[in-house]
Design a protein around this ligand. Structure first.
Ligand code: HAM
Length: 413
C-alpha cells in the first residue's frame, strides 16, 4: 500500500479493464454519430447554483451528495453530479439553439456524487449523456430511447428491461401532487423520516423510497396516469406507439419518478437483473421547463445518461476483459544486440506496429516468459547468431511457426 491511497469511492481503471472501457466508449461514439449527435464537453465544475436550480433543492443529490467547495475567490462551485445541467447552460450561453432547429448533444465523462460506495455505485463515476433540445415531438422521445436500446444491444448486454412512465406537466402534475399528499398525510407516522420530510417538499419521491413501510403505504396511492391532461396523455400514447413501431418492448411503471426534479412527461430507466441493488443502468426523460428555469427561452429537452461503470460490470460478467498485446515483443539476448534492436524497434513503431521490449539484455527463457506476459502475437529474437547472420528470428506465438527477416529491413515486418 502506498502512504497515500485513492479517495474512497474513486477508482483506478486498470490496464486490464481499459479495453472494455474502450469498447464501450467507441460503441457509444459510433451509435450517437449514427443518430446525428455532436459532442459538447462542458467543464467538470460549475457554479453550485446551476445544480440547485436544475436538479432541485430538495433532491438527494443537492441535499446530500454534491462535492461543493468555495474557491479562493469565495465562489461556491461544485463538481458536476450529472451532465444535463451543464449542457443546458452551455447551450444557452453559446446560443446553440438559435434558428429554431433541434440541437442534439452528447457528452462522455466523470460525474461526482458523495454516495455510500457499493457494487455499481461510486463517488466518481462515468456517464454517457445524450440530450435533444428544441424538439417537442414524441418521436424525439422514442428516438432517444431507441438510441439507448441500440447502444446497449450492440454491447451485447443480457437481461435488460426498459421501464417507462409519464410524469405529466406543470398543468396536470399539481393536482396529482395534492392527491398524493392527501393520501399519504393520513399515514404520515408510518413513513420513514426522509419521506415525512419529502411529503412537504417533494411528495412524488416517496413513491420510490426503498423502505418497506413506505413502499406499503405507497402501494394503493393514486397514480399519475389517471391525472394526465389530454396533451400529456396524447404525447405518451404517441411515444408508446412509436416505440412499438420499432419493435421495442418496455414495461410501464407508474411509480417511476426519478431522482431529479426537472422531469416532465416521458421518463424512463433501463434496469438489469444482474447488478444487485444498483440495478439502474440508465435513466432519463423529458425536461420541458428546464431551459426556462435556467433563464433561457422555453425550449423543450429530452435525454438520458448511462452509467458506464454498471455497463462495465455487466460486460465483465459476460466477456472477461481481453488485454490487447503488442504486435511484437523484441527479445534482446546479448548486450551487443541492444543498439541494433533499439533502432529496429523504433523503425517498426514509426511504421505503425506496436512493439514491446526490455532494454536490459536477458536469457532466452526469461525473455520468452516476458513475451508471453506482454500478450504479444510474435517474438523477434536478436542474439549473437542473429547479429552474425544479419537475420532475426521471428516466432509466431499463436501459430507456433518461425521465420527469419533481415534486421535492416523493417519494411518486411
Ligand atoms: P441519473 O439516474 O441520476 O440521471 O443517472 C443516470 C445513470 O448514472 C444511472 O442510471 C446510473 O447508471 C449512473 N449512476 C448514477 N449515480 C451513480 C453512482 N454513484 N455510481 C455509479 N453510477 C451511477 C442523470 O444523471 C440524468 N442527468 C440523466 C438525464 C439526462 N436525464 C435527462 N438527460
Amino acid at each position: 500500500m502506498p502512504a497515500v491511497t485513492a479517495i474512497r469511492g474513486f477508482k483506478d481503471i486498470l490496464p486490464a479493464e481499459a479495453s472494455l472501457w474502450r469498447i464501450v466508449e467507441e460503441t457509444a461514439r459510433d451509435v450517437v454519430r449514427r443518430f446525428d449527435f455532436v459532442e459538447l464537453r462542458p467543464p467538470i465544475m460549475e457554479k453550485t447554483e446551476l445544480f440547485q436550480r436544475s436538479i432541485g433543492q430538495s433532491t438527494d443529490i443537492v441535499e446530500k451528495e454534491m462535492y461543493t467547495m468555495e474557491d479562493r475567490g469565495g465562489e461556491k462551485i461544485t463538481l458536476r453530479p450529472e451532465a444535463t445541467a451543464g449542457l443546458v447552460r452551455a447551450l444557452l450561453e453559446h446560443n446553440l439553439h438559435e434558428g429554431g432547429r433541434a440541437v442534439k448533444l452528447f457528452c462522455l465523462g466523470q460525474m461526482f456524487r458523495y454516495e455510500r460506495p457499493q457494487k455499481g455505485r461510486q463517488r466518481q463515476f462515468h456517464q454517457l449523456d445524450v440530450e435533444v433540445f428544441n424538439d417537442p415531438s414524441p418521436l424525439a422521445d422514442a428516438e432517444t430511447i431507441f438510441l439507448l436500446y441500440v447502444f446497449l444491444s450492440e454491447l451485447g448486454l443480457p437481461s435488460l428491461s426498459i421501464v417507462l412512465n409519464s410524469l405529466g406537466c406543470r398543468e396536470c402534475r399539481p393536482a396529482y401532487r395534492q392527491s398524493l399528499i392527501d393520501h399519504l398525510s393520513s399515514r404520515k407516522e408510518r413513513l420513514c423520516g426522509d419521506c415525512q420530510r419529502r411529503l412537504e417538499q417533494n411528495p412524488l419521491r416517496t413513491l420510490d423510497c426503498k423502505v418497506p413501510s413506505c413502499q406499503a403505504e405507497a402501494q394503493d396511492a393514486p397514480v399519475l396516469a389517471s391525472f394526465l391532461c389530454p396533451d400529456c396523455r396524447a404525447h405518451f400514447e404517441a411515444v408508446k406507439s412509436a416505440l412499438a413501431s420499432l419493435g421495442l418492448s418496455y414495461e410501464l411503471d407508474e411509480r417511476l419518478v426519478r431522482g431529479l426534479d426537472y422531469y416532465t412527461r416521458t421518463t424512463f430507466e433501463v434496469r438489469s437483473g444482474d447488478l444487485g441493488a444498483q440495478n439502474a443502468v440508465a435513466g432519463g426523460g423529458r425536461y420541458d421547463g428546464l431551459c426556462r428555469e435556467l433563464g433561457g427561452p422555453d425550449l423543450p429537452g429530452i435525454g438520458f445518461a448511462v452509467g458506464l461503470e454498471r455497463l462495465i460490470l455487466l460486460l465483465s460478467q459476460t466477456a472477461p476483459p481481453v488485454s490487447d498485446g503488442p504486435d511484437y515483443y523484441v527479445a534482446i539476448l546479448c548486450p551487443e544486440a541492444q543498439a541494433p534492436a533499439f533502432k529496429l524497434i523504433h523503425q517498426l513503431r514509426k511504421k505503425g506496429l506496436a512493439v514491446a521490449a526490455d532494454w536490459t539484455p536477458g536469457g532466452l527463457k526469461s525473455r520468452l516468459r516476458r513475451a508471453d506476459k506482454s500478450g504479444a502475437a510474435k517474438v523477434v529474437m536478436i542474439g549473437p547468431d542473429e547479429l552474425a547472420s544479419g537475420q532475426v528470428l521471428i516466432r509466431d506465438l499463436v501459430a507456433k511457426e518461425q521465420e527469419t527477416r533481415p534486421i535492416d529491413r523493417p519494411d518486411l515486418f
